[in-house]
Ligand binder design. Structure first.
Ligand SMILES: [Zn+2]
Length: 313
């Protein structure tokens, strides 16, 4: 891609949108050579109940406002919470998003309304790409990441690139079976990492209403909460050990509210990894919390839009 001088500085500006059930988050990024920085971030309510067409129009309006405030961007990436068709630029199945989203065009209307190249990416892969370029795995060649929230998202990066797979679903680490007869998962199978480690299950194991309360209770010394986080760490550790054996990453990055539990969670994960990984040196692999916070998805979508446009240019 040709880099242009923009009003506010060198390099080129790129926009990322993160479509969530509650909010549409956006991030304006500056790319200078291989260096990325975040210029600005913000969010507007999604109003998903108004239907997919209204939500796509709101994404376009949000993009226009961000451009009006920060200058002309040259690409747009859109993170979506689920499955999509990368060739057709349509959504297929957005977990938890109200309304009809199967086969809804997103790329074509946004490209027409904004006059920009547009690319879609899954929100967990966007999180991983952001952490890889700007965050906790910056400068790494290989990493695995998990986002711990309502569900458990996953991402794999090898040789400096986030794996997308055939339809953008590569790296669904939360949906690997770790127990053949385990509890049912929302994906339709049994014993997934997510079935044990999604937010409501963590809270249940800790005897609290929410993950935030679980972390606070554990830090205050509550035995059930401490044991619940240790159990969560054990199940995560099994999934992470499997992924380490497959990918041999330099770093493991964990996002989401429960990552704030720190050693209460991370030590249990490390213990399980140490117990299970014998084909590579587990001591060399850092397991760390994510560093970019709640706008990581928008930031990663922006990076994906820029890198996809550069490939196609
Ligand atoms: Zn599952």
């Amino acid at each position: 891609m040709t880099e242009t001088q923009t009003e506010a500085g060198p390099g080129s500006l790129h926009l990322g949108l993160d479509l969530g059930v509650t909010n549409i988050k956006w991030a304006v990024l500056r790319r200078t050579g291989s260096d990325w920085s975040t210029v600005s971030t913000g969010q507007v309510p999604t109003h998903a109940d108004e239907g997919s067409e209204a939500v796509v129009a709101r994404m376009a309006a949000t993009a226009r406002e961000a451009m009006a405030a920060h200058g002309q961007v040259v690409s747009l990436g859109v993170g979506v919470p689920g499955l999509y068709d990368p060739e057709a630029g349509v959504t297929e199945f957005l977990v938890n998003m109200p309304g009809r989203w199967r086969g809804v065009p997103v790329v074509a209307p946004l490209r027409a309304m904004l006059g920009l190249p547009v690319a879609l990416i899954n929100d967990a892969r966007a999180f991983g790409l952001a952490e890889l370029r700007l965050g906790a795995a910056r400068g790494m060649r290989s990493m695995i990441g998990m986002t711990l929230g309502t569900g458990v998202g996953g991402v794999i990066a090898i040789d400096g690139r986030v794996l997308q797979g055939h339809k953008g679903t590569a790296g669904e680490l939360g949906h690997q079976s770790i127990d053949p007869d385990g509890p049912w998962c929302n994906c339709g199978t049994r014993g997934c990492v997510e079935a044990y480690c999604r937010a409501d299950q963590i809270a249940h194991a800790c005897g609290t209403e929410t993950v935030e309360e679980a972390v606070a209770a554990a830090h205050a010394g509550d035995r059930q909460a401490i044991d619940g986080l240790a159990q969560t760490g054990r199940y995560l550790g099994i999934g992470i050990a499997n992924a380490i054996i497959l990918v041999n990453p330099e770093r493991v990055v964990l996002g989401g509210g429960v990552a704030a539990a720190g050693p209460l969670l991370l030590d249990a994960i490390r213990d399980e990894v140490q117990r299970r990984v014998h084909v590579t040196a587990w001591e060399d692999i850092d397991i760390v919390p994510a560093s970019l916070g709640t706008f990581a998805g928008a930031i990663g979508a922006g990076v994906h839009g820029a890198e996809t446009a550069a490939v196609r240019a």
